[in-house]
Design a protein around this ligand. Sequence first.
Ligand code: CO
Length: 311
Amino acid sequence: MSFSRRRFLLALSAAPALACRTSDSSAPPAAPTAREATQVLSALHTVDGAGVRLARALGQPALSSLDPFLLLDEIRSDRREDWEKGFPRHPHRGFETVTYMIEGAMEHQDSVGNHGRLVGGSAQWMTAGRGIIHSEMPRQDDGMLWGLQLWVNLPRRLKMTTPRYQDIAPSRIPEVSAGGARVRVVAGQIAGATGPVEGIVVAPTMLDVSLDGAKPFEHSLPVDHAAFAYVLSGTARIGPSARPVPAGAIAVLGPGERVVATADGGARLLLLAAAPIREPIARRGPFVMNTEEELDQAFDDFRSGRLVSGA
Ligand code: CO
């Protein structure tokens, strides 16, 4: 490159920057960038378990996963036939299942001797690790059953870890005001409150956010975390362009430092964020591993009774 051409290019690139710098040397630092809703999708109606009707927001063909999140299902019905068959005995290996109940009651039982009742407002974070066999059955005769199940991946080094349960009663989940919202803090931190879920490798944020509609809700999330919102009721407007996300839809949140949301007439959403794992995912039925061979091993172990015993 000749000297004159180089000087010409330098002058071109330098001029606007200099102009900016000299125009206002006392300008405040740039505001943190807000995450845009880059993809908005309706949950897909499907049937799982022994015949439970549910809506699948994450884990559907158009959005199979959002590393480290693998699945998000919502059950919401006051018709007994939609949920009465429940989720009888089934295994898991290689990831974590999270249940968040809004209304109704479920009973869970597992191969490690845990037994409990999940009522409205409670949460359960189960690290399946090397293997667990459990059942999750509705325990009510009628009325609304409304709950969510989230699957969160484990990195290779923890896929065969010892199974662990965190059963969280409704009273242990702090509820705080944050901007224009009431927030139940299941995991992560906001407005001086810390959620009760602890020791999870992907450092999750899980917030149940009720927007009152008047003031915006804003929350900072680690920039390297994957994040999404799932709208439970009303229509939320998410991101700097206030993209409308109706109830029953999931919004993938793009890069940025914070989440902003408003709602015209009030809305409720779940906000999830966590560190991506960035490993190959091999997934079949109730098992999520890194390779097909490990999946074959999981099925072999389940058939031969070694999934749980570890023998
Ligand atoms: Co399960």
